[in-house]
Write a protein that binds this ligand. Structure first.
Ligand code: NAD
Length: 275
């Protein structure tokens, strides 16, 4: 597959389609990531809390793929926001890497009041060469305002829940205005509703001879989102990467945009409630 790249606000590039490993059990993760790399994925999204960094690292090492051809993201868990240098060191050790391409604050956890300090640590990691790019996840505009208030470094990405029923218009507009790329987690709605039951998606799938998942991922890419759908099945890895031979029309894009249900479409946790 010919996966397009996007250029982040710090000048680094990121493959727009990657592979996510949330809820991939450690005993399966090396096999799953090895298969994803063999399928052609070069961007892997993990996190300390996923408990599979060591297995992801083993798959990377076994692949023999040159480091510079890979894009690896991991994330700082909430209980380490005051202890970010040690947390990053542990993630790098588990991954078997000298640096990650992207390091994110996983959630703002606003009740702790620590994400502003954690952000300064992330910026220092970038300066030290331990991470190439720095970003955040699950940040609302108020949280973003706080970290960029004093002329600080603007995050390269904000990774948020985003899928056809929950399109995050406010966060998206805020980020677009500041050249913060949106990474859409749960891009397929985490299988919590039937994409093929949504008529604009089903109609586009019929029109292009594609599956509802492929149409949805294509909609994300054409919307400018970075995505990394998760699956443990080889056939779905192939399906999810086979989205570069068709294009949704402006009318199809608009019809899918019309599926947004706002807050009612959220399928996972609200950032203010995760600590
Ligand atoms: P997702 O939307 O990718 O859904 C995953 C589910 O979709 C899988 O369990 C699988 O059953 C199904 N699926 C995958 N491909 C399919 C296909 N072709 N046809 C039909 N069903 C298919 O949800 P996700 O895993 O939660 O999100 C993707 C990635 O985003 C995660 O793996 C993780 O890397 C990241 N993530 C980040 C956060 C965060 O807080 N930053 C939270 C959740 C997920």
């Amino acid at each position: 597959a010919n996966i397009p790249t996007l250029t982040l606000n710090d000048g680094h590039t990121i493959p727009q389609l990657g592979f996510g490993v949330f809820l991939v059990e450690p005993q399966e993760a090396q096999r799953v990531v090895s298969e994803a790399l063999a399928t052609g994925y070069r961007h892997i999204d993990t996190a300390a809390i996923y408990g599979n960094e060591a297995e992801v690292g083993r798959a990377i090492a076994a692949s023999g793929i040159p480091r510079e051809e890979l894009f690896i993201t991991t994330k700082l868990w909430n209980d380490r926001q005051a202890d970010a240098p040690a947390a990053l060191a542990q993630s790098l050790e588990k991954l078997g890497l000298d640096y990650v391409d992207l390091y994110l604050i996983h959630w703002p956890a606003p009740q702790q009041g620590l994400y502003g300090e954690a952000w300064k640590d992330l910026v220092s990691f970038r300066e030290a060469g331990l991470v190439r790019s720095v970003g955040v996840s699950n940040f609302q505009p108020a949280h973003l305002n706080r970290i960029v208030a004093d002329g600080g470094v603007i995050p390269a990405v904000n990774q948020v829940e985003l899928h056809p029923r929950f399109q995050q218009r406010e966060v998206s507009q805020y980020c677009a205005a500041r050249d913060i790329k949106i990474e859409a987690w749960g891009p397929l709605g985490q299988s919590k509703y039937g994409l093929d039951e949504l008529e604009p998606i089903a109609a586009a799938a019929r029109a292009h001879g594609k599956t509802a998942a492929q149409v949805t991922l294509r909609w994300h890419l054409q919307s400018g989102h970075i995505v990394f759908p998760k699956t443990t099945h080889r056939a779905r890895m192939e399906e999810n990467i086979d989205i570069f031979d068709f294009e949704l029309s402006a009318a199809e894009m608009q019809a899918i945009a019309g599926l947004d249900a706002g807050e009612a479409g959220r399928v996972s946790s609200h950032p203010d409630e995760v600590n």
